[in-house]
Design a protein around this ligand. Structure first.
Ligand code: NDP
Length: 282
């Protein structure tokens, strides 16, 4: 039987409905959640991501402000925008769209964001809190991955989870979240030996690599849940890191690309912004 498709669009729509009620309750108490975005340069993908974020905010009546800086803006100019958002009480969440141009030290900029406004969850304080299991903002894509697993009815306790990819923004935080839910987690990367064999052990397989359709059907354990974070453009269309057609013959549930993890990422950003606004009310 082909795998059940876990629709990110559907899950995101459900979460947005829940968020609409929370935004309304905040507004009734005089608080309009606000997101401040700093966008540097003219990378088309970054511009398109920021547009998507603005649109999602608009749809949920969340206030958003985008500060656009030219590609040659200095680090101090970027930091000045972050500091202005830090001081602005109408802004509850701050996002610096990554990647920044090469001449800017990304970590130095992220360090400037007040942790309580760090809705992307990249400040070392939030990263550390995620590791020790304390309250924190979880990065949006990993939070979306966990939400999709949760809402597909999988109980992670005791399962073998394999995460392919160990980036700071996806692989590592996904692994920490799975671990916090008592999965037994294996993290893989470009130096992992016999990756197909490791993947075949996975009850839950998360792919965050950036290599089109690298993960084949015969890498997947029958009945596994497969979450494909990868977004790759091949001949004008988007494909994931997993060979969807092959994998859906073996897995019990799988996320598509597009329409899987992608729609979740922006929704989790709005959710984190709403949470940040709620926290200002105690
Ligand atoms: P990075 O390039 O930062 O990390 C890729 C990871 O994959 C690295 O850990 C790398 O290993 C590993 N890797 C590369 N080649 C192989 C290989 N042949 N075998 C095993 N591991 C390998 O990517 P990101 O984490 O930022 O993104 C991953 C994918 O997710 C991309 O397609 C990206 O577009 C997508 N993405 C999607 C989002 C969404 O909202 N849907 C959001 C963010 C990302 P090593 O560390 O050894 O180099």
């Amino acid at each position: 039987m082909p795998a059940r498709v876990i629709s990110g669009k559907q899950v995101a729509a459900d979460i947005r409905r829940e968020l609409a009620g929370r935004v309304e309750r905040l507004r009734a108490q005089g608080v309009v959640p606000g997101l401040g975005v700093v966008l540097v340069g003219d990378d088309p993908a970054s511009h398109s991501y920021v547009k998507g974020k603005e649109k999602a905010c608009q749809e949920l009546a969340v206030h958003s402000v985008v500060r656009r800086l030219p590609a040659d803006a200095g680090q101090e100019a970027v930091i000045a925008e972050v500091r202005a958002f830090n001081e602005d009480p109408s802004i509850h969440g701050i996002l610096v769209q990554l990647p920044l141009p090469d001449h800017i030290d990304e970590q130095a900029v992220l360090l400037e964001i007040r942790p309580e406004k760090d809705v992307d969850g990249f400040h070392p304080m939030n990263v550390g809190n995620l590791h020790i299991g304390a309250e924190c903002f979880v990065p949006c894509t990993p939070a979306g991955v966990l939400e999709m697993i949760d809402r597909s009815g999988v109980d992670l306790k005791g399962l073998q989870a394999v995460v392919v990819g160990r980036s700071n923004i996806v692989g590592k935080p996904v692994a920490m979240l799975l671990l916090s839910r008592h999965a037994t987690v294996t993290m893989c990367h470009s130096r992992t030996r016999d990756l197909p064999a490791v993947c075949r052990n996975a009850d839950v397989l998360v792919a965050a690599v950036g290599r089109p359709q690298m993960i084949k059907g015969d890498w997947i354990k029958p009945g596994a849940v497969v979450i494909d974070v990868g977004v790759n453009r091949v001949e004008g269309r988007l494909v994931g890191d997993v060979d969807f057609a092959q994998a859906s013959e073996v897995a019990s549930a799988i996320t598509p690309v597009p329409g899987g993890v992608g729609p979740m990422t922006i929704t989790m950003l709005v959710k984190n912004t709403v949470v940040a606004a709620e926290r200002t009310l105690g």
